[in-house]
Design a protein around this ligand. Structure first.
Ligand SMILES: CC(C)(COP(=O)(O)OP(=O)(O)OC[C@H]1O[C@@H](n2cnc3c(N)ncnc32)[C@H](O)[C@@H]1OP(=O)(O)O)[C@@H](O)C(=O)NCCC(=O)NCCS
Length: 207
């Protein structure tokens, strides 16, 4: 019975986009000095280093912040496994010449039927303000509209997170409103802005 429903779901998804082909091979995206590649367990130490930096985690939910290498491994298995569980795609941003982990970007949720996904990103502090995330985000969005057949991409960011808001607005996201008490940060409910970009907003760019 389970197999039957699985096949039925895959058939329905294939009508929306080329589901089988998409999940056949992990999509590596080469972007000159940086590359979007598979998140691997060998990224563990640098991932944990990124998540141990108070300025990086200031605006992240408690649930997204591992506090040991063991928890980091679980996080990597969860986010890295999204593709192999045929749920979504999540990348390591790496330095092309050294392959070193610099940060992450990916679609943490993907609603196939409604052709929408939520994107999130984090970068190691020593690489901030060099345009790395502008490049990664722009290309992840292009990939989402072209290869995932998305119509809408969402992003959520805390009210105080100015760099993240600047980044989203720079690549064309529009702020839709405030989600009150949406995240618990260090025990406190915090308001969050919701942003989105649609394929129509991006049409000129894709033409
Ligand atoms: C948000 C983040 C990913 C931005 O990455 P980045 O590679 O430094 O961003 P870019 O260099 O591409 O810059 C994008 C825009 O943000 C601005 N910006 C970057 N850092 C900034 C800072 N500390 N203060 C103010 N603006 C900043 C840039 O000036 C640029 O805008 P501009 O071109 O209009 O000047 C990075 O700061 C980060 O990882 N923060 C911690 C984790 C986080 O907040 N994740 C997102 C959760 S929603």
């Amino acid at each position: 019975m389970y197999v039957f429903f699985k096949l039925l779901r895959e058939k329905a998804l294939s009508d929306i986009f080329n589901y089988h082909r998409f999940f056949n091979k992990f999509p590596v995206i080469e972007l000159g000095t940086i590359k979007l590649r598979d998140l691997m367990l060998s990224d563990k130490e640098r991932y944990f280093k990124m998540m141990s930096e108070p300025e990086v985690i200031k605006y992240l939910s408690d649930e997204d912040v591992p506090n040991s290498l063991e928890q980091t491994e679980q996080e990597i298995k969860f986010w890295g496994g999204l593709f192999y569980r045929k749920q979504s795609v999540f990348w390591t941003i790496s330095d092309t010449s050294t392959d070193e982990f610099l940060g992450t970007i990916g679609f943490n949720t993907w609603n196939f039927s409604n052709r929408r996904a939520e994107i999130s990103y984090d970068l190691m502090k020593e690489y901030w303000n060099r345009g790395i995330m502008t490049k990664a985000l722009t290309n992840a969005i292009i990939f989402g509209f072209k290869n995932m057949n998305l119509h809408r991409i969402e992003a959520r960011t805390m009210l105080g997170n100015i760099p993240s808001q600047r980044l989203l607005e720079k690549v064309g996201f529009k702020r839709e409103g405030t989600m009150r008490g949406y995240r618990i940060i260090r025990g406190e409910p915090i308001d969050v802005y919701i942003y989105s970009i649609t394929a129509n907003d991006f049409a000129g760019f894709l033409a």
